[in-house]
Design a protein around this ligand. Structure first.
Ligand SMILES: [Zn+2]
Length: 331
């Protein structure tokens, strides 16, 4: 086969090849469809949450945007390189630091979120940074020591994930300024592009006080934000667990072919079922705790159910139970 200049150019410009060849220390690009990509966090990277990149036709949308602005700059470069279009929209699925702190690297984009997400950022984001500065160096030292001593490869990955989280947090402090959403959505909205449309849907509280998912009906691709964790314990400390379960049911009924979680590998409907099963087991543990009037100082002795022993982010389990238990016994 004669390799012509135009063939070389065509291959070079192929989004699929770009996706395979796009290198970032923070995330792995996975092509989900023509013009739709997931940026999946790499352990030790500074992205922390997964992100989505959608080519709408003349403009590009980014769904969630990393903990560290340094990783977000890579995400912006990936989005513009893969689609050939500028990023016009950035969606914050909820207010947690790893989903919003990259907003500032998209000064020309509209930042989309729910009204409540913006309020929570306004109230909490600046104080959260000041609080983080008090403990971030100690956490980096602790996880560095853990890694030096660890011999178990699974636990090593866990330490690496947490070390990456705290290093990313510290990196974000260098040049972070709170950048609030300026395009507010109360329940749902559609963004129609020349090439495709996306639906942004909020059903209220779930993982956080206000969550938003993104649904691509033609491609049956769902970006679930932190309403879905795959291979990780979810953070459920501030969750509305019944609300979260109804989100999972709603997402399942959409009939997605591909689901991108906030954390973990790309998944499918079975992973939504797994997530529901996890939350139902947490509700059962909490009901038992309430029945037995467990004193707060014994919550740390409650074991992770055996089925979930292999999940990462084990450190979420006891604080999550503690916060949910406090909420239940206050009622
Ligand atoms: Zn979250």
């Amino acid at each position: 086969m004669k390799v012509t200049f135009s063939l070389v150019i065509a291959l070079f410009l192929s989004p699929a090849l770009f996706a395979q060849g796009f290198q970032s220390a923070h995330f792995e690009i996975s092509q989900l469809s023509d013009g739709v990509y997931a940026a999946i966090h790499k352990p030790g990277g500074y992205g922390i949450c997964n992100a989505g990149i959608v080519n709408l036709g003349r403009e590009t949308l980014v769904f969630d945007c990393c903990l560290s602005p340094e990783a977000a700059r890579d995400l912006k470069r990936a989005a513009e390189t893969l689609t050939g279009n500028p990023v016009k929209y950035v969606v914050n699925s909820h207010y947690h630091n790893d989903h919003v702190r990259g907003n500032q690297v998209f000064p020309d984009a509209r930042i989309i979120a729910t009204r409540r997400t913006r309020e929570l950022m306004e109230q909490l984001a600046a104080a959260e940074v000041e609080d983080e500065k008090k403990y971030v160096d100690q956490q980096i030292a602790d996880f560095t020591n853990n890694m030096a001593r660890e011999e178990d490869s699974t636990k090593m990955t866990e330490h690496k994930l947490w070390l990456g989280y705290y290093q990313s947090m510290k990196s974000s402090h260098a040049d972070y300024h709170v950048t609030l959403p300026d395009y507010l959505v109360d329940d749902s909205t559609s963004l129609k592009g020349k090439k495709r449309s996306v639906q942004l849907i909020c059903k209220g509280s779930g993982h956080s006080e206000s969550d938003m998912i993104m649904w691509l009906p033609a491609e049956k691709i769902l970006f679930a934000g932190d309403l879905l964790f795959i291979g990780f314990h979810p953070w459920f400390g501030e969750a509305d667990i019944p609300g979260w379960l109804s989100y999972l049911n709603y997402m399942k009924n959409l009939g997605p072919a591909t689901v991108i979680p906030g954390h973990g590998r790309t998944g499918a409907v079975a992973d939504l079922d797994e997530m529901s099963g996890y939350l139902i087991s947490i509700e059962a543990i909490l009901a038992e705790m309430v029945r037995n009037k467990i004193p707060a100082n014994l919550i740390g002795a409650i074991h992770v159910p055996e089925k979930y022993n292999a999940l990462y982010f084990r450190n979420f389990f006891t604080p999550g139970l503690t916060l949910q238990y406090q909420k239940k016994i206050r009622k």
